[in-house]
Structures are given as structure tokens and as C-alpha cells.
Design a protein around this ligand. Structure first.
Ligand code: AMP
Ligand code: MG
Length: 331
């Protein structure tokens, strides 16, 4: 082939590629960060995916340090706890009301006011210890979601109550990220804030149910776009004399919940509901948890202490158990 023909051919191919990308214009951007006390993974495909990932990252960091963190002095929740109340934005008030509703409907087994009790247990300590029973009981009686008053957009509560959005903040982040993605030119996205995941796009997604014993998955879900959150007894815990003390507390006792499950996964259109309900259903038993999930129109997967994977009706055709040590049943 003549040199000039080759050059023309290459030029035509390059022009074709350029035209294709100009027409398609989708790029994929991935990123990872540590925020909200957990690992965050972001993957966005679409036009201007770099900018969208930057906006998502900024939003997560903002929500963590300026709004939801219980430990950061700059946050709204920190100020609320320091002043036993304060005025809230409409948005935060609406999230708070959702958590009050979940607390009520769970019969108080979900309770977002247990911050002081979680501090007493101190699950992150290098030298963990089981707290004194009297201290547990004293802290329990001083707290409770029903002690929260809301009037004209202002919240107030007595000393002893310590608001903790740890069970729902990851889901709130997903709801806020969804708003950002909706107003961008994103085609598909997967955002995992710890165990809470936003699936975005017009296709189905494969989501693993983690093994409570260690690495890998025990089951896989095929899901459309939406939110999915898992709470498990393997996420944060310490062990003393062979007993595992994990971070999800039963407000009835003040001790780690012991309702016969190792993990609960909730599927919902709402991030806050998927996150709050996975924690709530972990404290309740399978039957009560199923009822609560149904009340909110959500689907659930319970992994029980006796190695059953129990799913609500709506998920029975979407799940595959891939670990021989577990058996599938429908509620
Ligand atoms: P998650 O990982 O979403 O299940 O949330 C667990 C976190 O929620 C804990 O680390 C505590 O901050 C908080 N928490 C613990 N027990 C409860 C409970 N019974 N109700 C609401 N929040 C809780
Ligand atoms: Mg949760």
C-alpha cells in the first residue's frame, strides 16, 4: 500500500474515533475515600463524570464534617448535642422525623439517641471492656427518642440524650448524592458508603451479601436501580472470652442486640430508609423485622445465626445463595 493511502486511512480512522467519542461522550471515573467512619467507593459513568465524582466527594465530606458527625465540632449534630437542641434546616428536620417514625414503628428498638451508650461501650478501643451494668442502665434511663421535642423547627431534649445518626447517615448521604446525580449527565453510577449502596442507571446490578464469617459473599442479589444497605454483627466488634460484642445495641437491654441474625439487608428506593431499617431489623427478630420492612414497602434479606438466608417475597427470584454452608428460605 502506498504511504499516502496509509496516512489517509489512519486519518479517517482517527476522525471516526473522535466523532464516536464526541457523539457518545461518556467517561468513567472512580474514586475512593474514607468518610463517615467508613470506606466510600464511587464509580460514575456519563458525561463530565470527573466533575460529578468531585461534587459527590465534596458532598460526602460536607455531610460528615458539617452536618452529621457526632465527634466533629463543626457539625450540626455536635452543636445540637452540646446545646441540648437547636434550630434545624427543613431538610435535616425531615430526616430527623423519618428516624423518629422508624423508632416509633420499631417499638423503640431503633433509637438514634444512644450516642452516650455507644461511647460507653467504645467498640473502637484498643483495650475493650464490658461496661458496668449499672452504668449501662443509668445511661439507658436518661435517653430515648421519645424525649426529643420538636416545636417550630427547633429541637430540644434533656441532658443525657445524645443524638447519633450512625445508623442512618450513610443512607442520608445516598439520598443527597442521588440529587446531585439526577442533576448531572450521569448514565450509571454505583456509590458505596460502607454497607449502604446507591445503584443508579437503567439496568440491573449484581450486589453481594457479605459473608458474616470473613471475606467473600454468601449470596448475590440482582437488583434494579435503588438503595441497598446491610447491617451486620461483623462490622465493628470486640471479643472477650469467646463472646462477640458488636456495635448494634438493643435499647431494651443496653447490650449488643441478640435477635438471632448475623446480618440484615434492606432494599428500598430511599437511602435513609434502607440504612435505618437494616439497623432496626437487626435488633428485631426475623418476623418483627419482616413486618417493619413491609410497613415501609421495603424488601429484606436476613442471614440467621443458624445459617439460613431468609428473604421477603419480593426478592425470592432475585437472590442466589452461592455458599454451600447457607440455605435459602422465603418468609
Ligand atoms: P449500621 O452500621 O447502619 O447498622 O449502624 C450502626 C450504628 O448505629 C452504631 O455504630 C451506632 O452508632 C448506632 N446504633 C447502635 N444501636 C442502635 C439502635 N438500636 N438504634 C439506632 N442506632 C443504633
Ligand atoms: Mg443502618
Amino acid at each position: 500500500m502506498k504511504k499516502s493511502v496509509v496516512i489517509i486511512l489512519i486519518a479517517v480512522i482517527l476522525a471516526g474515533c473522535a466523532a464516536f467519542f464526541a457523539f457518545n461522550g461518556n467517561t468513567e471515573t472512580t474514586s475512593e475515600l474514607f468518610a463517615m467512619d467508613t470506606y466510600v467507593k464511587i464509580k460514575v459513568t456519563g458525561k463530565a463524570s470527573d466533575e460529578t465524582v468531585k461534587a459527590i466527594t465534596d458532598e460526602i465530606n460536607y455531610l460528615d464534617s458539617d452536618v452529621l458527625s457526632r465527634k466533629e465540632k463543626s457539625s450540626v449534630i455536635y452543636s445540637l448535642n452540646s446545646n441540648h437542641g437547636g434550630k434545624l434546616s427543613d431538610e435535616l428536620l425531615s430526616y430527623l422525623n423519618t428516624l423518629i417514625d422508624v423508632s416509633k414503628k420499631s417499638g423503640g428498638r431503633f433509637d438514634f439517641t444512644l450516642g452516650a451508650l455507644s461511647d460507653l461501650w467504645n467498640f473502637k478501643s484498643e483495650n475493650p471492656k464490658i461496661p458496668d451494668d449499672e452504668e449501662i442502665k443509668a445511661l439507658l434511663s436518661a435517653t430515648g427518642y421519645e424525649k426529643i421535642n420538636i416545636k417550630d423547627g427547633a429541637v430540644s431534649f434533656p441532658d443525657g440524650v445524645c443524638i447519633d445518626f450512625g445508623a442512618a447517615g450513610k443512607g442520608i448521604a445516598l439520598d443527597e448524592i442521588k440529587k446531585i446525580i439526577d442533576s448531572s449527565k450521569t448514565k450509571e453510577a454505583i456509590i458505596a458508603v460502607g454497607g449502604s449502596v446507591l445503584l443508579y442507571g437503567d439496568r440491573s446490578f449484581s450486589v453481594g451479601i457479605s459473608s458474616p464469617e470473613g471475606s467473600g459473599n454468601i449470596a448475590e442479589l440482582k437488583l434494579p436501580a435503588g438503595c441497598v444497605s446491610t447491617s451486620g454483627n461483623y462490622e465493628r466488634y470486640f471479643e472477650i472470652d469467646g463472646v462477640r460484642y458488636h456495635h448494634i445495641l438493643d435499647p431494651k437491654t443496653g447490650y449488643p442486640a441478640d435477635s438471632g441474625v448475623k446480618s440484615v439487608t434492606i432494599v428500598s428506593d430511599s437511602g435513609i430508609l434502607s440504612d435505618a431499617l437494616s439497623t432496626a431489623c437487626f435488633v428485631l427478630d426475623v418476623e418483627e423485622g419482616k413486618r417493619l420492612a413491609e410497613e415501609y414497602g421495603c424488601e429484606a434479606v436476613f442471614v440467621t445465626d443458624d445459617n439460613k438466608v431468609i428473604v421477603t417475597e419480593g426478592l425470592k427470584d432475585s437472590i442466589t445463595v452461592i455458599d454451600d454452608g447457607y440455605t435459602l428460605s422465603t418468609l
